[in-house]
Design a protein around this ligand. Structure first.
Ligand SMILES: C[S@@+](CC[C@H](N)C(=O)[O-])C[C@H]1O[C@@H](n2cnc3c(N)ncnc32)[C@H](O)[C@@H]1O
Length: 215
């Protein structure tokens, strides 16, 4: 089997969706805390609401939080299970969100259409290709913000993930995004920061935060 064929099988949208669905189904209840990510809150609370895209929205807590603060939110996740839970959570919260179940790297969002593109702990496979990532970055409108937040993984954690069959090197990281931003963006923050309001008991207590503004 050629390497790219293996990649397509393992990282194709259908395989990724099935993997994430299986992960979410391992639990009857929610996998995530149901609370919005602390870094998103800290970075966005003072902004004037506009149009937001939540990439890999999971069970929807960030999208719901944004919608309740007046943002017009599109939220996309590849997992049907996560998307079902997100929709369910949005009803009692009274939040109106455009939920899309699909691959963020293959969904044709309009260029320059979002004031905020938020990626909180995204898991986008590199196998999709840089052009697809670039198209996603291009959805930030001039003057708008990209906010990408990743776990700051040490070697031990990377090895642990590899032993579980997930190699972080196969996924688009903050450094990849930084490189792909090119001259269109001004990087305002690219640093390891303490995780804000981490869920109790999590080993992930530091974030790699990339905040960039489109020129
Ligand atoms: C680590 S979780 C983070 C979820 C959420 N942002 C949060 O902070 O709780 C990564 C999410 O990305 C989703 N995902 C993975 N690949 C994707 C893709 N190509 N397009 C859209 N969502 C994807 C997964 O289903 C999963 O819900």
């Amino acid at each position: 089997m050629h390497e790219h064929e293996h990649g397509e099988q393992h990282f194709g949208a259908a395989a990724q969706a099935a993997e994430w669905d299986a992960r979410y189904r391992e639990r009857d209840g929610a996998m995530w805390s149901g609370r919005p990510n602390g870094r998103l809150g800290a970075e966005v609370a003072a902004l004037t609401p506009g149009r937001a895209l939540d990439v890999g929205c999971g069970e929807g807590a960030d999208a719901i939080w944004l919608a309740r603060r007046g943002w017009t939110v599109t939220a996309i996740d590849i997992s049907e299970v996560a998307m079902y839970r997100a929709r369910e959570a949005s009803h009692p919260a009274g939040a109106s969100v455009e939920w899309i179940c699909g691959d963020a790297l293959q969904t044709p969002f309009r260029t320059g259409s979002f004031d905020l593109v938020s990626m909180q702990y995204p898991a986008l496979p590199k196998a999709a290709g840089e052009a697809a990532v670039r198209r996603l970055l291009d959805t930030v409108r001039p003057g708008g913000l990209l906010l990408a937040v990743y776990h700051d993984l040490d070697d031990e954690h990377r090895e642990h993930m590899k032993s579980q069959g997930v190699d972080p090197a196969d996924y688009v990281g903050a450094d990849d995004l930084g490189r792909l931003l090119g001259d269109d963006f001004t990087v305002e923050l690219y640093a390891v920061e303490p995780r804000i309001d981490p869920p109790p008991g999590t080993p992930h207590i530091a974030d790699v935060v990339l905040r960039a503004r489109r020129r």
